[in-house]
Ligand binder design. Structure first.
Ligand code: AMP
Length: 215
């Protein structure tokens, strides 16, 4: 199964991609995670991406398209995958079609996460992340049981640079301008399904699974 999770930053795509990928035995591909790993490892690509990411802008298409192409071709994606945070522009969506076509794959569904803007801002600015193991928390909705520390590995939790209020506003503007046209793009291709992103992780997951093709 090949899926795309589409929606504004902060709507819960990453969390759901994690759960649903585990449930279906397929691989989550998060371009944000791949880029952050490059930044942490100080790779050439990571260093190039860092300043775009810190200010809330998109990394150039050619960088992320190359990453996704390589990942889709890897053994771990053999049974299928969920793309989380890709595509984010129309050229990326066109490239994804080419990448799938050359491997004789089809896009089974694009799940579009819908959520009011105020809820998205609250989710992003309250998010805290573990710099060591990438676990994600929220000061109100999912606080760590170990105050300020990661419950998994004990590292001190941080607020991602791009989750600060000013950067969040910019990321949402970038989403509106460059990514939201993909809603119409995929609706035209008859693969889009709308998902209400509000509610608990379990409730959203149940609604999401009901939107997937059965075979
Ligand atoms: P995310 O974790 O998906 O919110 O991504 C964090 C940041 O990584 C974004 O704000 C962008 O700077 C960059 N990024 C992630 N995915 C893409 C993409 N498909 N195209 C361009 N930039 C991306």
């Amino acid at each position: 199964m090949q899926l795309v999770f589409l929606g504004a930053p902060g709507v819960g795509k990453g969390t759901q991609a994690e759960c649903v990928a585990a449930e279906l035995g397929i691989t989550k591909i998060s371009t944000g995670d791949l880029l952050r790993a490059g930044v942490a490892g100080k790779t050439r690509l990571g260093l190039e991406a860092k300043h775009y990411m810190d200010r809330g802008d998109l990394v150039p298409d050619n960088v992320v398209i190359g990453l996704v192409d390589e990942k889709i071709g890897s053994l771990e994606c053999q049974n299928g995958f969920i793309l989380d945070g890709f595509p984010r522009t129309v050229p990326q969506a066109d490239s994804l079609s080419d990448i799938l076509r050359k491997r004789q794959l089809v896009l089974d569904r694009v799940i579009y996460f819908v959520m009011p803007r105020e809820a998205v801002i609250k989710r992003l600015t309250g998010r805290r992340s573990c710099p060591q193991c990438s676990a994600v928390y929220h000061i109100d909705y999912r606080p760590s049981k170990r105050d300020g520390l990661c419950a998994v590995c004990g590292a001190a939790l941080v607020q991602r640079n791009d989750d600060k209020k000013e950067t969040v506003e910019l990321r949402l503007a970038v989403y509106e301008e460059q990514t939201s046209p993909l809603i119409a793009y995929y609706r035209k291709h008859h693969v889009l399904a709308e998902l209400d992103g509000m509610g608990s992780v379990d409730d959203v997951q149940a609604r999401l699974l009901a939107l997937l093709p059965t075979s």
